[in-house]
Design a protein around this ligand. Sequence first.
Ligand code: HEC
Ligand code: HEC
Length: 335
Amino acid sequence: MRARTLAFVCGLWLAGCVDETSDQASPSQLDLLRPGTATIDDPIEPLPLSVEVDARKVALGQRLFDDPLLSGNGKQACSTCHHLANGGDDGRPKSHQEDRQPAILNTPTVFNLVFNFKYHWGGGYSELAAQLAVPVESPRVYATTFDEIVKKLQGSADYRRAFSAIYPEGITKETLTDAIVELERSFITPNAPFDKFMRGDDSAISERQKAGYALFKSHGCISCHQGMNVGGNMFQKLGVMREFFEERGEVGPGDLGRYNVTKRDEDRHVFRVPSLRNVAVTGPYFHDGSVETLEEAVQVMSEYQLGRPLTKEQVSLIVEFLGTLTGEYQGKVLQ
Ligand code: HEC
Ligand code: HEC
């Protein structure tokens, strides 16, 4: 009976979880309905061990990612907020860079991007190439323009050489975007203990972690956090069963989520369900960075999304399971 699908799981646990009439049902979610992909028994698939990328473009992309020259004031790099050794985020509730307006959202990880159906907390972007305009132009990030960046890069003989070795047209908005996007496609974190377990190594995770996984499924977390990224394939409201924002207070523009993209009332406080890959090393949690520990994040989820609090022991089991989702980047376990 492995062809029974997640749509059924959703119907069982959470009326309306999969709504094929609205954009809350994503193409990748529909992919999950195909027999032979995710099923009730194995709703999470392992990440591929590698992805095919052009190594020269990735190397150039990495240089650009790490180079503060690109930012308007020469002080920020992508890696200032997206640390590749520590989860692809910055470990802060919200970033606030020198000479910049404070961020209104927690910095998400840049790992395993290609397995998300949309980008940003509100899901405003479908393509990484289009997303790049945000860090480049935002007054909270680089506060610059592509034209300015191209001009600066053209002032460097080194960059001119590096670009023309790959791109006959040299340094343009399109070629610098292409190199960064190729790098972003390479940001995958395979070999998590959970993936080893899924591939058949029964000893890769402990009995308690297995019990945590079973609880993650039976309690209903899996209805929203599922697929290869254990999330990243649908939109859901924060506060399905209990008002999150009324209780937290001070609702700001970052809290509106998908509403900022669609301006539809029903999208208020709706967010892309985040991937739980590497979640043990990507705190603080939620779009507002309001929760410091994974224990608290799990309890918030069970109360506000499922309306069913967990005992302390159950929270521990789920947290132990979530710890098995920490993978490796370039052969090193993320910390
Ligand atoms: C000041 C901190 C900061 C810097 C610097 C920064 N980012 Fe981000 N990044 C963020 C925040 C905050 C978001 C979430 C934006 C949102 O959801 O609206 C984000 C989102 C992203 C995403 C989407 C992730 C997802 O899961 O949807 C990508 C990709 C990304 N950034 C790439 C970059 C690149 C490339 C650079 C350099 C050009 C960069 N970022 C520089 C803070 C930063
Ligand atoms: C109804 C859908 C839904 C269910 C069910 C659900 N989640 Fe979530 N989860 C979300 C959404 C949406 C967010 C993002 C909320 C935000 O940041 O504002 C989220 C965020 C999280 C985060 C924080 C991730 C991060 O990077 O900040 C964790 C951890 C988490 N969920 C774990 C769980 C666990 C464990 C369960 C089961 C007890 C669960 N979730 C059940 C939708 C759901």
